[in-house]
Design a binder for this molecule. Sequence first.
Ligand code: PAF
Length: 282
Amino acid sequence: MAQSILPAVRDVTALRDAVRAWRKAGLRVGLVPTMGALHEGHLSLVRAAKERCDRVVASLFVNPRQFAPHEDFERYPRDEGGDSQMLAGAGCDLLFAPERGVMYPEGFATSVIVADVSVPLEGDFRPHFFGGVATVVTKLLLQCLPDVALFGEKDYQQLLVIKKLARDLDIPVEILGCPTVREHDGLAMSSRNAYLSEDERRIAGRLNLILHDAIKAVRHGAPIADAEAEASRHLTAAGFTVVDYVAIRHAETLAPVSDASSARILAAAWLGKTRLIDNMAV
Ligand code: PAF
């Protein structure tokens, strides 16, 4: 098992003992759920948690239930030692790094399915994904019972799904979305960016620029469908191999919109074998 320089717990009892002791002492606790392979985006969540809370727990679990059989579960980057060091540097107090059997013991048979916001966009292209995310995040919230849990807006639809499950299931936690952290060329930070070749990496930065152009067009009165189609064409012209979607939707419900007030633009596109997503407020 990898060594962690942060205090690390690997089972639910030890996690609950630590959090209970903090809360008994009147301390506020924040949770930052992760799948590891950390980057500045994750660390910004830890820092945001630290600003709002006295203690911060990060979880590290590559959740098999949110990967389809053909997806990258096996090759997903794993480096607990490096992650632990980065978390410690950002002010994290405790790492929760459970083994698969702790999260999904023999006979595990429950799934959390969030209707409506899970259905379009990512739900169309990765039908298994939000069931896996909602199930593991529900478990993490109930295992830790933090005051606040923080998630990046980069996975915007995921954030909406998690807000909805916490509200629908009366889980007593504040779900806080934090701004996407970007590379110098605007590429949204993601653990999967590590898969990009040099050429792909050069093209990847075009995604956010093309979305910005689409927002500008809509603000200048272009019809939403035209702006979506134009952005999709530009992505293909820039070298994206497949465009799953470019969609301007209502920022809370993800329903199609006829005007751009309260809208968000969301996109998913492939560069070779790597799928990138991004989104921003319109
Ligand atoms: O965004 C992620 O890294 C994951 O989907 C999450 C929220 C940690 C659940 O596995």
